[in-house]
Design a binder for this molecule. Structure first.
Ligand code: 5CA
Length: 438
């Protein structure tokens, strides 16, 4: 994209309404604009980040055999009356009536709808397990939406739902999902630590929250720093084998990790002092096993091995995709702006033309730009170099390719890595190779 024609409005000043760094930077870097309280329009750069996150989430869900579908945002109240949650959910649920005075709602989550769909399709235990997910907008009329997309009213969530024949099989599914989550967050370039959680209004027994360390987090967290050094992408797990899943889960849970609600001093003192990490955490994901809660309340059965009907065991698994955009920024920025991890950056590199109109600079910039027009943002504006440097740092592209008249004469450019600020003098071809390498 050429910046001179881009819909990429950066702001020099800090917007007064933004209290936390990620909210300030998201507004200043032109990622989002608020349209009403807790509701945001995603501008092109923000939408690219959101889609990059969703793509990684999707790949890791697919890798454990989950199947993607898409359920609507608007749901009939009748479904929620069947599970008993229509009244229980309270004022957080946005309730709507259509012209025929039928009660509808904007979905805050999809347990009821997926259970109903499952019941229409799956008739036998032989078709289990089933893991279904979608990535869809949700609405929760939060009392106090705040911190931008971190706690919005409308937000983008990946929610998966599993159906198993019995508890043991449901535990396997839960562990596979745990592995998918660890791999997802690692690929997103963030350290999200799973912590045993209360199951709250959703109910159930087995539950973990995934928290990213950041000073603005809503929960206090305590964990063993050794967790951060684990490489879950190369963890040897055979996801089709119960023993292998069990070994993985045992190893994973051997590291101490707890929110303040679940913190216990006895466990904490076993962690070597130099490995103790303590701070605040942002919840970016939450997984639950809740058994037969919805299959029973909605009376959804499949025929079991003995021919008798049985209620499948369920779990649900959420990732806050839009919240992650803010959480990644909280965890990865400096005083000049965002530092995007390569995997989610809206653009891989910015090309900074320090002297537009100079024949050598323009020619080199066009050559660079032609190498990857979708992945490069070409700053071709007639602005001062200082403005271009500041905007590139603010927007946080992993690389900046700086093209000035002196180097251009010799066919050289300067490559700057946003993370760490390292600089290299390279030829045009070398710069392209370096930036586009995986
Ligand atoms: N049905 C379950 C799992 S599918 C569920 O809704 N879980 S949840 O309530 O924990 O939400 C899942 C994730 O969505 C949370 O971990 C959080 O990252 C994100 N989330 C929840 N509320 C908001 C909000 N108001 N704004 C932004 N993200 C949110």
């Amino acid at each position: 994209m050429r910046l001179s024609r881009g819909f990429l409005p950066t702001l020099k000043e800090n917007p007064a309404e933004a209290q936390i760094i990620s909210h300030r930077l998201m507004l200043r870097a032109g990622l989002v604009r608020q349209t009403s309280a807790g509701i945001y329009a995603w501008l092109p750069a923000g939408w690219r980040v959101l889609q990059n996150i969703a793509r990684i989430v999707r790949e890791e869900q697919d890798a454990i055999g989950a199947q993607e579908l898409l359920m609507p945002t608007i749901q009939p109240a009748e479904l929620w009356k069947r599970s008993g949650r229509y009244d229980a959910y309270g004022p957080e649920m946005l309730r709507i009536q259509d012209r025929h005075e039928r009660d509808l709602l904007y979905g805050p989550t999809n347990e009821e709808m997926i259970t109903d769909l499952f019941g229409q399709v799956v008739k036998s235990y032989r078709e289990l397990p089933q893991v279904l997910y979608h990535i869809q907008w949700k609405f929760r009329d939060e009392v106090r939406p705040r911190f931008g997309v971190m706690r919005g009213r409308e937000f983008y969530m990946k929610d998966a739902y599993s159906f198993d024949v019995d508890y043991a099989s449901a535990v396997d599914t839960y562990r596979r999902m745990m592995l998918a989550y660890l791999r997802t967050f690692q690929r997103l370039g963030v350290k999200a630590i799973p912590m045993v959680a209360d199951t709250g209004p959703i109910g159930g027994e087995l539950s973990h929250e995934f928290l990213i360390l950041a000073p603005t987090g809503e929960s206090g967290v305590f964990f063993d720093g050794a967790f951060e050094d684990q490489d879950w992408l190369s963890e040897p797990v055979d996801i089709a084998d119960r023993e292998s899943l069990d070994a993985f889960f045992t190893r994973m849970t051997s590291f101490y990790a707890a929110t303040d609600e679940k913190h216990d001093e006895a466990g904490w003192t076993n962690v070597p002092t130099e490995r103790r990490r303590e701070g605040r955490g942002i919840e970016v994901g939450h997984i639950f096993h809740f058994g037969r809660k919805y299959t029973e309340s909605m009376d959804i059965t499949v025929s079991g091995p003995d021919g008798a009907p049985l209620y499948p065991e369920m779990g649900s698994y959420g990732i806050g995709v839009s919240r992650l955009v803010a959480a990644i920024i909280e965890a990865s920025h400096d005083e000049n702006g965002i530092i995007w991890p390569d995997s989610v950056a809206p653009f891989r590199a910015a090309i900074l033309n320090l002297k537009t109109g100079d024949a050598a600079c323009d020619a080199i910039c066009e050559t660079l730009y032609a190498a990857a027009p979708g992945a490069f943002l070409y700053d071709d504006r007639a602005e001062r170099a200082g403005v271009k440097f500041a905007d590139a740092d603010l927007m946080g592209h992993p690389w900046q390719i700086i093209v000035g008249p002196r180097g251009a004469k010799e066919g050289k450019v300067e490559l700057k890595r946003r993370q760490g600020g390292e600089r290299f003098e390279l030829t045009v071809d070398e710069a392209i190779a370096r930036v586009t390498a995986a």
